[in-house]
Design a protein. Structure first.
Lengths: 561, 558
């Protein structure tokens, strides 16, 4: 995800400015040599000072370019930031939608900090690589100018040292990744410990919990110790790339001076290149490889995993029929292979315009049935037909317009009341919205909130108020089939009745997953689910035909009276 | 000044845990600094020896020795630094775990789980950096001072140049930190807006899926992206200006040093080697000054240690001594529980005879939950004692089923066996059957081996697992705290029937919200404002209108 940016014209601009940046390094040895041999040591102070001033000018130019380089760096990194934030948001939303309940809010914070890290580290990495390449180049050119044989004696070990560093990166990266994983494990375990503390104490499971935490803590400590490998690599790189050329220099100088082959100025110039530039550069390179390169590699890898989205290709499907009947034909649904089925061999037809209630004990799969009915889940066997067409062959965008599923947890977002109400029908007029609000019983709430154009703060709403807004939204939509999945469970019985009646009068098909049995009394048809057994009929038919329905009815009556 | 005595004690403790590694680290790092200070002088004497025509051999040997020493120091600092961080970090984390488990619920009332986890992970990491960071900062200061002294020895006037450059660098760094602080505040607020909208969107996943509005949501979340990247650019610009100023200062110092030594060499009072030494010292010194900004990290360390010591400073509860007699009851006497000054339970006395069932009723806020926690040893009262057969009740002595159980463990099976890890699969399955949970467990992908992570259970399903866990726990005391409130009436009736069999003969305390549960108890205790308002059977109390009102749900009232 970074590659393309490194090939564009911003990179070229950065390199051009960087060439200026490395000029002082290139000139340093030469200027020192000249200042001494032609100037200070030859009794010409003015010449010496002129050479030093030349170096000073190059350094001043570099200082001025420092700012430019950061601007080019921003040009390079900021598009990466924009791209990454987009990817992260898109992937998080798409994952949350596909696997609700899986995405933790803490994951968002983690991903955001990873985006920041990638941007900061990319900038630092670009500079680090640039410095390593340009300083090595400048030093080698300068050495060639002063003492070609030493250029060769330096080029070989420096190249070897850098190759060694690159070769060791993979192992070092694996170790850093291990510490990050160990850190996350401690985070996970400690969150679990703290969230479950009451229950751990209640079960007297403190020793068990402590043992689990200790194990995670020890694994982290072990992983941290494992990072020590980098010290060995650092030492090897310094030894080969820095100290070897330095010793070669002094050795050669000692031997050549005896034969009059090296002037003092040249010796100092060469020493400047190796001692003042090459050694510090190597130290910085190894340091950067550890503190910039490895974290960057690892963070990019993790972000790539976090933002990987299997692109869902939504091709245009068949048009949704105008007034379709909903037919379930011998459908079955199972989670996984070994699990017992939730729905088994169910066939039922809901004619268009009918009002249906689905009832059953908690947790038998009523919501699953609702998802199957609007095409969000696919049955393991059998088919769901809308009109004559299998539901998954219908056009996706059109289908989500035609069917509205209102879940138990109402989605309210920060924005105006109008934006929230018109969520499913962005073109809806004020009259439509107001009428829908009145119909479902949300008019008073909207007035209290300050009207349609008032700002809405989700946290200020109670669960029941949130549900009223979600109901108004569904009522105002163009959907021809509405499924209320316990969408009124936070309303009182009277408010629930008003809302359900509003939907029944609205026209189109209405399917209510009932929270209270009173919903079933209002429906034309009732579907009862109990342990994968499904029965359907009118209220009167079922009270004699379905033992489960009779049982639900009996308990409901005793709790009401 | 942040550091309280607790913080200092904590930092001390974590440093002590790693004292050997930190000591070796300090020695190795000091060696590295001595090498760094000795290298320019050695190189300078080699140059001078060669220039004078003398023998550079001893100095070259010295150079080789210094190089070898530097390499050793590099290897040792790296390994001891990591070992020190590992040891200190493990010590801090273990201390926190021990303390949290010993203190129990008061910890979770004060801090959110995410907050505590952050202290345990990032906080402990930062605090564990304390000892080696302190050593590093101290040694960096020594390096700067050493460079200044070395410079003074070589070119006395050069030391002044260095001091001027160092003062300039400190000023630039200070201003730079402030400027970066300003731009990052803008950045963080833009980032906060994006995260907040993203967070909000996650709450509506089901609605968004059903409405096919993903793309619109993404656009809404990204509305602040231009501000984010503008702040990002401003950040780079600020960093650029700081870099520019520092680079100018270093350049000026280096050039001044070259000119000075050049003139000195020409005048004959300096040797050629002094030039390379002087430039090296001034560069070494200025770099050390830059690195001194790491001192700000120490306040970060102290802040982290402070946050950990807040947790460790919470008082551990004191359990009372056993009674001299052994009454055949779960006995609560003189219980007072305070919450931010309010008396949640105010001098409550209650005896639940062994084997009987007592229902607790009362409005919300009357102290029911506090009583449930105190009775099973989960919460140690501020005053009073809880004993069973004369022995103090400790956490784990009572089996609890909560309104919102938290499942702990890797799998469903493990979560059910939390109170009795040695329970057999058959026992667990029987308990799940009794709690009406076996049906939906069988429908999960891997049955009892289904991992808990990523499992979206409904409130009712979680409650049934909580009840099953209490059955597996199998303690003489059972406390049901609204344990079946999210079940539909039919399932609740089935679960209640099963519980009567499973918990037969146990001493039971039931927080009741439906009349059926109160009716099934031997005795009903009616709580009001933290004290007992009335005690009697459900049948007797039912005569009172106020009592009947306790069982009306908001929906019935409307």
């Amino acid at each position: 995800m970074i590659g393309p940016f490194l090939r564009n014209r911003n990179t070229a601009a950065l390199l051009a400015w960087s060439a200026l940046d490395s000029l002082p390094v290139l000139l340093s040895g030469i200027c020192v040599t000249m200042a001494l041999d032609r100037g200070f040591l030859a009794g010409r102070r003015d010449v010496g000072l002129v050479w030093i001033a030349a170096l000073g000018a190059a350094l001043a130019v570099r200082a001025i370019t420092a700012r430019r380089i950061n601007e080019r760096l921003a040009d390079l990194v900021e598009p990466i930031r924009v791209d990454l934030v987009r990817r992260v948001v898109r992937a998080t939303v798409s994952k949350a939608v596909r696997e609700p309940g899986r995405t933790r809010h803490s994951a968002i914070a983690q991903i955001t900090s990873q985006v920041d890290a990638v941007c900061a580290l990319t900038g630092a990495a670009v500079l680090a690589v640039r410095d390593t390449v340009l300083i090595t180049g400048a030093v080698l050119i300068g050495l060639t100018a002063l003492k070609p044989v030493l250029a060769l004696a330096t080029a070989v070990p420096v190249t070897a040292a850098l190759l060694l560093l690159i070769a060791s990166l993979r192992t070092l990266a694996a170790r850093q990744a291990a510490t990050i994983t160990a850190n996350e494990e401690v985070a996970q375990e400690s969150t679990a410990l703290l969230l479950g503390l009451r229950d751990i104490l209640a079960c007297g499971a403190q020793p068990l919990a402590a043992e689990r935490m200790y194990a995670a803590v020890e694994r982290l400590a072990g992983a941290t110790r494992g990072l020590s490998r980098s010290g060995t690599v650092r030492a090897a790189v310094l030894a080969i790339g820095g100290y070897l050329p330095l010793l070669a220099l002094v050795g050669l100088a000692a031997w050549q001076h005896a034969t009059g082959g090296m002037q003092t100025g040249v010796l100092l110039g060469v020493a400047t290149y190796i001692f003042a530039h090459l050694l510090p550069m190597l130290r910085a390179t190894v340091q950067n490889a550890n503190s910039v390169g490895l974290p960057l590699l690892i963070t990019v890898r993790r972000l790539r995993e976090a933002t990987r989205v299997d692109e869902v290709t939504s091709c245009r499907g068949v048009a949704v029929p105008a007034e379709p009947d909903l037919r379930l034909e011998r459908i079955a649904f199972t989670y996984g292979r070994v699990a017992e089925p939730i729905v088994c061999d169910l066939s039922v037809t809901v004619p268009f315009g009918r009002h249906v209630a689905i009832v059953g004990p908690s947790g038998v799969g009523k919501s699953t049935l609702a998802r199957l009915m609007c095409g969000l889940s696919r049955p393991s066997a059998g088919a769901v037909l809308l009109g004559e067409q299998p539901i998954q062959r219908l056009d996706g965008a059109e289908l989500s317009q035609a069917i509205t599923l209102v879940p138990q947890d109402a989605y309210i977002f920060t924005g105006t009341v109008r934006e929230n109400l018109a969520y499913l029908a962005p073109q809806a007029s004020t009259t439509t919205l107001t009428r829908s609000a009145e119909a479902v019983g949300a008019a008073a709430l909207i007035e209290r909130l300050g009207g349609l154009d008032a700002a809405l703060e989700p946290i200020r709403l109670s669960e029941g108020e949130r549900q009223l807004i979600a109901l108004t939204r569904a009522h105002a939509s163009a959907a021809r089939m509405v499924i209320l999945d316990e969408a009124t469970n936070h309303l009182d019985t009277a408010a629930e009745e008003q809302a359900e009646d509003a939907f029944a009068k609205r026209g189109g098909t209405l399917i209510v997953i009932a929270h209270r049995l009173s919903s079933a009394l209002r429906a034309d048809m009732v579907i009862v689910i109990d342990d994968a057994q499904v029965q359907w009929g009118t209220h009167e038919e079922l009270r004699t035909a379905s033992p489960c329905y009779a049982r639900l009815l009996r308990y409901w009556n005793t709790s009401v009276n | 000044m942040i550091g309280s005595t607790g913080t200092r004690r904590l930092l001390w403790g974590s440093a002590r845990a790693a004292r050997r590694d930190t000591a070796v680290f300090a020695i190795a790092a000091a060696t590295g600094i001595i090498v760094a200070l000795a290298l320019p002088a050695t190189l300078s004497s080699i140059v001078d020896a060669i220039a004078r025509g003398g023998s550079p051999a001893p100095a070259i040997v010295q150079l080789a020795c210094l190089a070898a020493l530097d390499l050793c120091a590099t290897v040792v600092t790296s390994s001891t630094k990591n070992a020190s961080v590992a040891r200190s970090g493990a010590w801090l984390r273990r201390s926190m775990v021990d303390h949290i488990l010993a203190v129990g619920l008061p910890v979770t009332r004060r801090w959110a789980a995410g907050d505590l986890a952050a202290r345990m992970v990032g906080g402990a990491s930062a605090a564990a950096d304390g000892s080696f960071t302190a050593v590093t900062v101290a040694l960096t200061a020594v390096t700067a001072a050493g460079a200044a002294i070395a410079l003074w020895l070589v070119v006395p006037f050069g030391a002044l140049v260095f001091l001027a450059a160092a003062a300039g660098a400190m000023y630039v760094l200070r201003r730079g930190t402030k400027a970066v602080g300003r731009t990052s505040a803008d950045y963080q607020s833009a980032q906060g807006r994006i995260s907040a909208r993203l967070s909000e969107t996650l709450t509506g996943a089901r609605t968004i899926e059903a409405s096919g509005t993903q793309a619109r949501e993404v656009d809404r979340i990204l509305a602040s992206l231009p501000e984010l990247t503008a702040a990002g650019r401003a950040n780079w610009r600020t960093q650029g200006s700081v870099g520019q100023a520092l680079s100018l200062l270093t350049a000026a110092a280096q050039v001044a040093m070259l000119a000075l030594t050049g003139l000195g060499i020409a005048a004959g009072w300096l040797q050629p080697g002094d030039m390379v030494a002087a430039v090296a010292y001034v560069t070494l010194g200025i770099n050390a000054v830059h690195q001194l900004s790491a001192v700000t990290y120490l306040s970060h360390v102290r802040g982290a240690a402070d946050r950990i010591s807040q947790v460790l400073d919470t008082a551990r509860p004191q359990f009372r001594t056993p009674l001299t007699t052994a009454p055949q009851a779960l006995l609560l006497s003189g219980i007072i529980v305070l919450d931010e000054g309010r008396r949640v339970l105010d001098g409550l006395d209650l005896a639940v005879p062994v084997g009987s069932t007592v229902a607790i009723v009362g409005r919300s806020g009357s102290g029911k939950s506090a009583l449930a926690r105190v009775a099973g040893g989960l919460l140690v009262p501020d005053e009073g004692s809880v004993t069973f057969l004369g022995q103090p009740v400790l956490p784990g002595d009572a089996a609890y089923a909560f309104e919102q159980p938290e499942l702990v463990g890797d799998t469903i099976g493990q979560a059910l066996a939390l109170g009795r890890p040695q329970a057999s699969p058959a026992q667990i399955a029987r308990a799940a059957e009794a709690a009406c949970a076996a049906g939906f467990i069988r429908r999960l992908p891997d049955g009892y081996a289904t991992p808990l992570t990523g499992l979206a259970l409904s409130a009712g399903e979680t409650q049934r697992l909580g009840v099953a866990r209490a059955i597996v726990h199998d303690s003489p005391i059972v406390i049901l705290d609204e344990a079946t409130s999210s079940l539909d009436t039919a399932t609740e009736a089935a679960v209640s029937d099963a519980l009567r069999t499973a918990f037969a003969g146990k001493t039971r305390l039931v927080i009741a919200h439906r009349p059926a549960a109160a009716a099934a108890a031997d005795l009903v205790v009616w709580l009001q404002d933290g004290t007992i308002h009335a005690v009697g059977t459900h049948r007797d109390l039912w005569a009172e209108a106020h009592y009947r009102q306790l069982f009306r749900t908001p929906e019935d009232r409307a």
